[in-house]
Write a protein that binds this ligand. Structure first.
Ligand code: SAM
Length: 278
């Protein structure tokens, strides 16, 4: 796929990308944009509506970085595991339209209120929909906005049962075992990526887990689910866990456990980038 083309309409010939707004003639000016595969953040962005109230959210810098690289102003972004709405708040800041799906109605409602508090200078649409991302009729949702494809998808599913998000059987965090979790995750992938524009990208944000003395490479298992559906792996980013207050208090205990148990304490998660083939 050709990612870049010369924009002949502009008086000064400008190298533009088809997937973002980066002007490559000025590439040195984009200091904010990370291009390395190791992301280290020492603190989360807590500005504006990003209150960080939801246990299991991701830091706003993740959707921000991804949207700067993989979307243009006015593009449509889909987040099938919306949680507290971090992606949609960033959509408003960056002038991208966003649709978020969240199973838990209380969480969705709270997210919606907060998203609406964020300024919306570009008058983009940021829609919160309550439902099961495995089965929701995405086509009809998109039809409401007279579109039939989105340009980017961000998936931040539960890391299986590490955090139990609800008592709902349809919640991926309630999958009875790893096999069921992967099957449910695959169902979401099938249901949503059907509506991703060809040649465009989607991101999976996921961590591993530890169970009964064994490291379970959840991230790689999920990656496999995506790869077997024919998507192209473009990058695996390793991102640090910024230390929450709770973790800081337990640091010594975990260090001791690690020394006794012969393992390393989790300090990272993955952001995997896939491209839909043309
Ligand atoms: C890891 S959290 C996402 C957090 C989000 N990125 C944020 O910053 O707040 C995963 C979310 O997926 C939701 N979820 C679980 N199963 C789902 C399903 N089948 N359909 C839609 N949402 C689901 C959970 O309720 C939870 O809020």
């Amino acid at each position: 796929m050709r990612l870049f083309q010369f924009d002949t309409n502009s008086s000064k010939s400008k190298k533009v990308s088809r997937i973002n707004d980066i002007d490559l003639t000025k590439w040195k000016e984009y200091k904010e944009i990370i291009t390395d595969s190791l992301w280290i953040f020492d603190r989360r962005d807590n500005s504006g509506a990003h209150l960080g109230w939801y246990w299991g959210n991701f830091i706003p810098q993740i959707p921000r970085q991804l949207m700067l690289r993989y979307t243009k102003r006015g593009d449509w972004v889909l987040d099938p595991f919306l949680g507290s709405g971090t992606t949609l708040i960033e959509c408003r800041r960056l002038g991208r339209n966003g649709i978020g799906i969240e199973l838990n109605p209380d969480v969705a409602q709270k997210a919606k209120l907060l998203i609406e508090k964020e300024e919306n200078q570009d008058k983009v649409i940021t829609e919160v929909i309550i439902g099961d991302s495995r089965t929701l009729d995405i086509k009809s949702i998109l039809n409401n906005y007279q579109i039939n494809r989105v340009q980017f998808i961000i998936m931040h599913p539960p890391y299986h049962d590490i955090i139990k998000f609800s008592n709902d059987k349809r919640d991926l965090s309630n999958a009875k075992n790893l096999e069921e979790f992967l099957r449910m995750f695959g169902e979401v992938v099938d249901n949503v990526t059907l509506y991703l524009e060809d040649g465009r990208y989607f991101a999976l944000v996921i961590g591993d887990k530890y169970s009964k003395g064994e490291w379970i490479p959840l991230g790689f298992y999920c990656m496999q689910e995506v790869l077997k559906r024919g998507y192209k792996l473009k990058s695996i980013v390793v991102k640090n866990f910024e230390e929450t207050r709770g973790k800081k208090n337990q640091r010594e205990l975990w260090r001791y456990r690690a020394l006794v148990g012969g393992f390393y304490v989790f300090k990272h998660e993955y952001i995997m980038l896939f491209q839909k083939r043309k």
